[in-house]
Design a binder for this molecule. Structure first.
Ligand code: APR
Length: 231
């Protein structure tokens, strides 16, 4: 099995999803806070969002029952890879060892000129002094290692994810609205290559009709039961 996860799997850790009820993009316009054009023109939107919202949130969250269940299913030998759209690093923290981060990670920040890497903590302290933060080596601009809207996904990462999806017998989607492409191609590719497709999501998704199994419920209720059944 391969799983494909989205913001819904981290919702029960206290990280708001992007769409749907209470979604981040209702409060923060993604054209200002998550687009590469705005980031290059005026990075202060992103960095104030990082300082006031992202950083405090990521500092306090922990993996939840769903992340832990997937790590346990991997340990049992039933799950090969987690392909995630999330940038929170919670799958790795839960113990999943094979994680493909399609949209990158907020936890790494690097200089756009000399590639020097910084941790979130280091950049948070820089932000107390100035926005945007500048590289302490070369004074270049910093950016998070995430894929902004308007940017292409890293080709090697996408190719790896497609290859995993096309090889698997069972593709389990957890907590994604399946509306953002090319990420949402992953379940389509798996299905096209003959995999069984299952979706666990609180709300309906555009791929529900195509799936072999659909469970509209909270992942934290469903995945621990899957672990129990496997045992
Ligand atoms: N259990 C299962 N599903 C849940 C839960 C839960 N506890 N809570 C919320 N959901 C569902 C919602 O119903 C919603 O359909 O998770 C889905 C989250 O959808 P989105 O917010 O659209 O998140 P995602 O699919 O990951 O978004 C994809 O969009 O903005 C970009 O880059 C961002 O990676 C993100 C991409």
């Amino acid at each position: 099995m391969v799983t494909f996860t989205g913001a819904g799997i981290s919702a029960e850790s206290g990280i708001p999803t992007y769409r749907g009820e209470g979604g981040l993009w209702h409060k923060y316009d993604p054209n200002l806070y998550a687009s590469i054009n705005t980031f290059l023109q005026d990075p202060s939107y992103y960095w104030s969002f990082f300082r006031d919202v992202r950083y405090p949130m990521l500092k306090k969250v922990k993996p939840n029952k769903s992340h832990l269940a997937l790590a346990e299913i991997e340990e049992r030998g039933n799950l090969k890879t987690v392909i995630t759209q999330n940038i929170d690093g919670l799958h790795q923290e839960a113990g999943s060892s094979s994680v493909i981060e399609l949209h990158g990670t907020t936890r790494i920040i690097y200089c756009m000129t000399c590639s020097q890497e910084y941790t979130m903590d280091e950049v948070f302290f820089m932000l107390e002094v100035q926005i945007p933060p500048l590289c302490s080596e070369c004074k270049g601009r910093l950016r998070p290692d995430v894929v902004f809207f308007g940017e292409a996904l890293k080709p090697q990462i996408l190719a790896l994810a497609y290859a995993e999806a096309e090889k698997c017998d069972f593709l389990l989607v957890v907590g994604s609205s399946l509306v953002v492409y090319p990420a949402a191609d992953i379940p389509l590719k798996a299905k096209r290559m003959g995999a069984v497709l299952a979706i666990i999501n609180k709300e309906t998704t555009p791929l529900d009709d195509l799936a072999d199994y659909v469970i509209h419920d909270e992942a934290g209720k469903v995945l621990p039961r899957v672990v129990k059944l496997l045992k």
